[in-house]
Design a binder for this molecule. Sequence first.
Ligand code: IMP
Ligand code: MG
Length: 330
Amino acid sequence: MINGVDVVYGLAWGDEGKGKVSAAMAPKYDWVCRWNGGPNAGHTVWVNGKKHKTHIIPSGIFAGKRCLIGPGCVINTDKFFEEIRYLRSEGFDTSLVKISPAAHIITEEHIAYDKKNLGHLGTTGQGIAPCYADKMLRRGRRAAEYFISDWLWDGEMDGHILCEGAQSVWLDIDHGDYPYVTSSSTMPYGACSIGFSPRKLNRLIGVAKAYDTKSGTDPLFPETLWEDPQIDALIREGGEYGTTTGRKRLANWLNLDKLISAIKLSGCSELIINKCDVLSRVGVFKLIHNGEIVEFKDLGGFKMYLAKELSYGNIPELHDIRFSHNPETI
Ligand code: IMP
Ligand code: MG
């Protein structure tokens, strides 16, 4: 029986540090599951002082937990096995990984189409949109056809479940900044596509960052912002280069108006704001609220302002806020 499901998901445009949060939480769970996306995602996780990067395999693998790639995910089989070989060589037990037979397979044609036709949207070029398009056209190829039964999930799941989001609220196909979005449901309710009742959902842990970044294109993040030396310092100090593509990310101060919308829209019950140390290293503490830049003299002022604006009185469903530094701690 499933005891309960907690969800870790992103409240911005990805790259908030979801992988770090779910890897830290994983030891308390029986299963760690991905419900959306594929090799477009990039999770950076530190284990015993060593940095690991994953794209499709849930962060539960680092804690020796059963890991599921759910029916809403898309898989590049070469990349999947590359990741499995890497994790095995690092001593992790990859027999814990299971794939839903209904997950879709990314083909060479999907990748070629993406690279040729979707570059103007700033996609990761991994074939994500064409693969989901074929799924919707009911002509996709599924994992059941490609993987031997050892890899395939039998549909059984029990105990405490952690679901790990990929991409984030503003990349969601329905609610994001369309068309600068991804092709799946990044909202926490998307986790139910794995195959359990929404009534099993308990904690909805939203992850944000002390400043905003976007991988790829988006009119909300004009490239001219790169000319601002303080924004450039954010990128440098924050190491804001894509895990999957290596691209320099677009960046801006934390947009509190967007964060509040994302929290309300997704029903976030707990909020983690990552990478606060980056602001300290840059030595500038700013955010955007009601369309205006608000500046603070130190990190304490920045945190106090956020704690007040996001308080229970203003957002009743949100009952916990934590500020965190990178990379190891939450
Ligand atoms: P696609 O998912 O490759 O189609 O890319 C669509 C948009 O989502 C682009 O702006 C990507 O940069 C962005 N994106 C996709 N996956 C991630 C991710 O894991 N982190 C951050 N941005 C992502
Ligand atoms: Mg990422």
